[in-house]
Design a protein around this ligand. Sequence first.
Ligand code: F6P
Length: 319
Amino acid sequence: MKTIGVLTSGGDSPGMNAAIRAVVRTALQNNIRVVGIQRGYSGLINGEITELTRDSVSDIIQRGGTILKTARSNTFRTEEGRRRAADVLKVFGVEGLVVVGGDGSFMGAKLLSDLGVATIGLPGTIDNDLAYTDYTIGFDTALNTVIDAVNKLKDTSSSHERASVVEVMGRNCGDIALYSGLAGGAESIILPEKPFDMDELCRGILEGKMRGKLHNLIMVAEGVGKAEEIAKKIEDITGIEARVTKLGHIQRGGSPTVADRVLATRMGYRAVELLREGKSARVVGIKNNKIIDLDITEALAIESKFDEDLFKIAETISY
Ligand code: F6P
């Protein structure tokens, strides 16, 4: 393999730059030329391609976002769009492509592989919603961003003896809410994966009040989508004031944590190894701290890895 490409696609996540850096440096070290594709599949179709050198990826490991920029492309969803993308790669002599993104981006990588381009996917999303891997690149940083905000919210919430309802991202996956709720000492964690009982929640809040608890932290995953409704019910049933905070896109930014930088670097390195081994249509993941790779279709077919044990622990120690 003489030339490979790298692109980032879908929602950005902290650590994508570390992954790009690892791909570029591993490839160059093995005498493989690397090109960077701007704006995901959309930029690919438009031929937004430039050569990447060791220097183009220096001083980026600590930066959030992605130097290659990212986008969601409707044209790439069509067969004609994908053919154009494959033709562009051929024109630039790109034989292998590393795609950093989520499930939609992986599906695109699989379809490109069917058109003869070797593709490898790296899980870049804060949502941690890819069941084949224990962790995705950006999840740990997003959790730390959430925790920083939660610590501050608990201060003001305690001063006013209020309930704080915090909505976090994750699409249909509750992992950000679960992990940050556990680490932030939430009284309740409300997730798309679990039914929840409003009466039980309010009983817990009132019992806590009787014991002298000053604040209540309720973490709600965006996939549940009812933060305002939950806050109103808390006020109506318990008489305790409730405020909603939606952390939004702040969760997608920031300098990646050590865990995300190391994960992204290990995965980027493995992606190039796989291309050198002649593999295609595979995704890289991590299981029990070992880097793994799987067929894309098989990986996407794996259903939720929701951690029941962690949820049980969080519930047990919450009030
Ligand atoms: O997939 C990452 C994510 O941040 C989700 O948590 C969220 O639902 C979505 O992207 C937001 O997308 P956008 O940036 O298009 O508003």
